[in-house]
Design a protein around this ligand. Structure first.
Ligand code: ZN
Length: 792
């Protein structure tokens, strides 16, 4: 009984001990390599497979549009009517349809306005106040005048902010289609005052407008297998996702306007002169851009306003949106780009006012063609007949086949000369590459930006960087190299990449920079170019003209590369952890030979190395008692504690007898054994890359996988066996991993050289002196100080 009782107590105690040990382990170590599909990715189904491809029952809706639109140049208004054919390809019966009314964001009572918040600081740019005042007077938003069925009867509808629901008398069954029509108008906003994706720009010197018209018609909202109808209102950031379809659009404008749009011009004889048509024909096979409308052509029209109108008709197939631009100020150049991949020629074209030159005629069309060349190689072959870049009020925005790009040189009003900064030049080339690049993501690979901005901005920025790097040596890329994201990764106010578009903090870094650089790291330092490029291309091919979600991207990249990247997606896309790997220690060892004749000598040397304290040193000179009475000395004074005994020798001999030959060989290995201790201070698990320097002057690179952290994501030790002597070790010597703190990347630590700033104290205000200063007239303006920083 007693015995059992004790055993019981023991079992009880040991279970408590085991539990507390378990609790401790669980608290310290989380498996950063656990699978995403167990926790956060949606369960695969017949629409989306576990491999990341569209499933065998994948479906998506289709919407075709025939639109007549008039651009009223006097009132700067859009008046239009559309016939929409909607195809229900889903397995569901639909009792209502939802339609996007993005212009309603600019209505006075829009959700976007209601959700507008200000900075807590009592200061803002002049433009913010101007924008605020403009919004009070600008009568924005759609005026819907009719919603009718194919027979002309009114359809029941309700407008809910930037969306409209049409209620159907009978459900639209799977496989059915329906026709309906909408008439509407709206006032075009001044895109120089309100930052928008389309609008007007007024040139007071000649009294003309440039119009960039986008998100201008009621567009079918997306209905998808993962989200049903889009129910996220347009607040201003999360752009959109739409359905593919065919467009036939007739655009009526003043007769002296030049119009460019998504799609191919159907009636060039009605709207272009024979000279312009000849030039276009020549441009198709030209080696450099050809002017279709020259500076002189445009200049003659600027002060003679046409009283008549012309209608330009464009058709576009399999696009998810339609935009256009119109102005009498437009110059126009074009060059055909023959795509060897599909044997088709794409007309690359640019439209810009004279104000955009000299940089627009020099760079725009070249940048379009360059984008097609590079993106075709990495993703999919450009499928459309035209690729267009327009200069107007919009800083940078993409639509199928056409994009709007803002940068222009600066005109010195006194001298009449134009100059441009380095930032303007490269900003123009970069924004054109970026916006043309959006044709691939999300205009063709139709990801949902209302939900996930990074899916098009991040992927597109990644390819933009590759294209920029092929433009010229040392192109000043902005968010390409891992070190360029370090400050953001360290910052405290941030959210994971996998955050809805409207809630993202630090938009550019979160949705553009971080995903682009994460993919760069994946390509260059984790998968390697061959595996990455194959997988990325596979994703593009699988999802062109389809609608992928994040899991489809994550799964395809793993499925096609054969590499489990769940740890990478988890760390970079689902957390705000950063990379900071510290090399804490490098320890040197040699094999313990077990031979007492060797080991005791080693111990004696180590003991002597411990040094002698000043106090003991002083004692050395002193006469000792044993000096005076030598009879006090004995055996232990003759033999120090490292003296080898026969007992030790016998033990060694019997040890050797018990070892196999190869084990004996191991005891004689002379190599240096280094143990390198790393700690993960940032949280993000990443590969460890090392450069080891040796005493003989040679260097060695060691590359370890991220999986080195799989058992312990906080601390890990690596063994290095070498004949050589290590003098220093550097972690991430080529700065490949976005390591946020380089100080702890060196063993031994280094002293960094930098600059010590001296500051001059501010002068006190002398009111008496200021009062007596001469008052300047307007003419004295010349000696006004130029306070702008010189552009380097
Ligand atoms: Zn973009």
């Amino acid at each position: 009984m007693k015995k059992y009782f004790l055993m019981g107590i023991f079992a009880f105690l040991s279970s408590i001990l085991a539990q507390s040990a378990l609790a401790q382990t669980a608290e310290q170590l989380t498996d950063k390599f656990r699978q995403l599909s167990d926790e956060v990715l949606p369960t695969p189904n017949v629409y989306r497979t576990a491999s990341g491809a569209p499933g065998h029952k994948y479906w998506q809706q289709q919407a075709d549009y025939v639109i007549d639109v008039t651009l009223d140049d006097d009132k700067q208004r859009i008046v239009a009517s559309a016939k929409i054919k909607y195809y229900n390809n889903s397995p569901d019966s639909l009792t209502y349809l939802w339609i996007q009314l993005d212009q309603n964001r600019f209505a006075h009572d829009s959700n976007g306005q209601k959700a507008n918040f200000a900075s807590t600081k009592p200061k803002a740019d002049y433009g913010i106040l101007r924008q605020n005042l403009y919004q009070k007077t600008y009568d924005g938003g759609y005026k819907i005048s009719a919603v009718t069925d194919s027979g002309g009867a009114d359809l029941k509808y309700i407008i809910n902010d930037t969306m409209m629901r049409i209620d159907l008398a009978s459900p639209l069954r799977p496989g059915q289609k329906m026709n309906f029509a909408i008439d509407w108008s709206y006032n075009i906003l001044d895109a120089k005052i309100i930052r928008a994706r389309g609008g007007k720009e007024f040139f007071k010197e000649d009294g003309n407008y440039i119009y960039e018209i986008a998100q201008w018609f009621p567009r079918m909202a997306a209905y998808s297998d993962y989200d049903g109808w889009t129910n996220k209102q347009f607040l201003g950031n999360g752009e959109f996702t739409l359905e593919f379809g065919d467009y036939d659009v007739s655009i009526t404008v003043p007769a002296d306007h030049i119009v460019t749009a998504t799609g191919t011009l159907q009636n060039p004889k009605d709207v272009l002169t024979s000279t312009q048509r000849d030039r276009l024909k020549k441009a198709k096979t030209a080696k450099t851009p050809v002017m279709i409308v020259t500076t002189e052509d445009a200049a003659t029209k600027l002060d003679k306003r046409a009283k008549t109108t012309k209608t330009w008709r464009f058709k576009a197939n399999n696009v998810r949106d339609f935009a256009f631009a119109s102005s009498r100020k437009f110059l126009w150049d074009a060059q055909g780009y023959y795509q060897p991949e599909n044997g088709k020629t794409v007309m690359a074209m640019s439209f810009y006012p004279e104000e955009g030159n000299p940089i627009w005629e020099k760079y725009s069309t070249q940048a379009i063609i360059h984008t097609l060349e590079v993106y075709n190689r990495y993703s999919l072959v450009y499928p459309y007949p035209v690729a267009i870049s327009v200069n107007g009020p919009v800083g940078g925005m993409e639509y199928p086949m056409i994009c709007f790009n803002g940068p222009r040189p600066t005109l010195d009003k006194k001298t009449g000369k134009k100059t441009y900064s380095r930032r303007t030049k490269y900003g123009l080339i970069s924004v054109i590459i970026h916006e043309v690049g959006h044709n691939y993501f999300p205009m063709i690979v139709n990801s949902d930006e209302r939900q996930w901005t990074w899916m098009d901005e991040g992927l597109n920025s990644f390819l933009q960087n590759l294209a920029e790097e092929e433009w010229e040596t040392d192109y000043p890329t902005r968010r390409a190299e891992p070190y360029q994201i370090v400050n953001y990764m360290k910052s405290t106010k941030q959210v994971p990449i996998m955050t809805n578009s409207e809630s993202i903090l630090q938009f550019g870094n979160n949705a553009y920079g971080k995903p682009a650089i994460a993919l760069r790291i994946l390509r260059e330092s984790i998968l390697g170019r061959e595996l990455f490029d194959f997988a990325f291309r596979e994703y593009s091919q699988r999802w062109k003209f389809k609608r992928p979600t994040p899991s489809d991207f994550f799964r395809t990249m793993e499925d096609a590369s054969g590499v489990d990247l769940d740890w990478f997606w988890r760390g970079w896309f689902y957390t705000t952890e950063h990379v900071d790997i510290s090399l804490d220690n490098v320890r040197l060892f040699n094999v313990n030979t077990k031979d007492p004749e060797i080991e005791e000598v080693f111990k004696r040397v180590k003991d002597a190395e411990r040094g002698i304290t000043p106090a003991r040193l002083a004692d050395k000179e002193r006469q000792m008692r044993t000096d005076r009475f030598p009879e006090l000395l004995d055996f232990y004074n003759e033999h120090d504690k490292f003296t080898v005994t026969n007992k030790q020798r016998n033990k060694y001999t019997s040890l050797l007898k018990g070892l196999k030959d190869w084990q004996k060989d191991m005891l004689t290995v002379k190599s240096n054994i280094y143990l390198m201790d790393f700690s993960n201070k940032g949280g993000l698990v990443m590969p460890i890359f090392l450069e080891v320097s040796y005493a003989d002057g040679s260097k060695e690179e060691i590359r370890m996988n991220a999986e080195i952290w799989r058992k312990n994501a906080k601390n890990v030790t690596r063994m290095l066996v070498t004949e050589k002597t290590v003098t220093s070790v550097t972690v991430d010597p080529y700065m490949e991993t976005a390591d946020t703190n380089l100080d702890n990347n060196y063993f031994p630590r280094r002293i960094e050289q930098s600059r010590f700033e001296l500051i001059k104290g501010k002068k006190r205000r002398d009111m008496m002196k200021g009062f007596a200063t001469k008052l300047k007239s307007d003419k004295d303006d010349d000696d006004k100080k130029d306070t702008t920083d010189e552009d380097k």
